[in-house]
Ligand binder design. Sequence first.
Ligand code: KG4
Ligand code: ZN
Length: 335
Amino acid sequence: MRILGIETSCDETGIAIYDSERGLLANQLHSQISLHNTYGGVVPELASRDHVRRIAPLLAAAMRQADLEPGAIDGIAYTAGPGLIGALLVGASVGRSLAYSWGVPAVAVHHMEAHLLAVMLEEDRPDYPFLALLVSGGHTQLLEVRAVGDYAMLGESLDDAAGEAFDKTAKLLGLGYPGGPYLSALAENGRSGRYSFPRPMIDRPGLDFSFSGLKTAVALVVKDLKDANEQVRADIARAFVEAVVDVLAIKCERAIKQTGINRLVAAGGVSANRQLRQKLKRMAHETGGRIFYPRPELCTDNGAMIAYTGYVKISAGQREPLGFAAYPRWRLTPV
Ligand code: KG4
Ligand code: ZN
């Protein structure tokens, strides 16, 4: 079975083709970073318009890369949420219409479910059940994954998402957009122990997160700085990354102990972070567990994870009616 996946939830247009026997046949991505960079963040209307501009050429490029004719596609999956409504509607309308005109089924995919299943595109993948730490620009969630579609929310951020904290802190340090990769690169040159930031929520029981106070702590330090030279900024970045990574690792360790499940998947944009990957690996090793990651380019937004999730759903018989909808907010688990 070959499924075409379409991702347009935010600032990346992604189109991929997944073949259940041969794996990924095409994976095309257009990033809008240069478009939004001037504004220091995503401008929703510009994002929607750029998806409209890019989606058809990207689709053609994916079909060329896979060397396929339209008749070879068995189904279409599109991200239906959560995300920016205008951006989502581009992928949903193109995906649903293509499926109609090609006479194949369509499925609406939850963006965060796709992030958590992206690891299944790797050779090294976990058996069910496993725990999943989802850390993206809009969400920080710790889930118990019992089977595909059977998820329990163990904890989530009460305010800013981890990626949002990276992006806002990067802005405070005068770095570009999206701040996560810049901030983590700057932190590599920082000296450990020069600054220390709080580890929010670790002394409270439970598995929820809070990151907005951390960003405020950085803001206070930056405000009082007399000389914000490159080394000082790197030291601050280092202390920030260490605090975020510590909190995430402590909560994951707690979840492993609480559930007795020692397979942990980390996914979503922030899981591309090298410091986080190292720390979780060490933590898993010490607790006798195992950590699984998608390769970095499948951690950030992409069409491949949508195509794979679509394959799982379509092969289980799921079908979308002819109408379609997009959901800017969409819970992965029942409230
Ligand atoms: O999953 P993703 O691509 O999009 C959303 O679903 O939100 O995640 C984007 C987030 C951004 O906040 C970005 O700054 C962050 O992931 N990010 C990183 C790294 N790469 C991307 N944060 C820290 N270190 C990185 N290497
Ligand atoms: Zn994402």
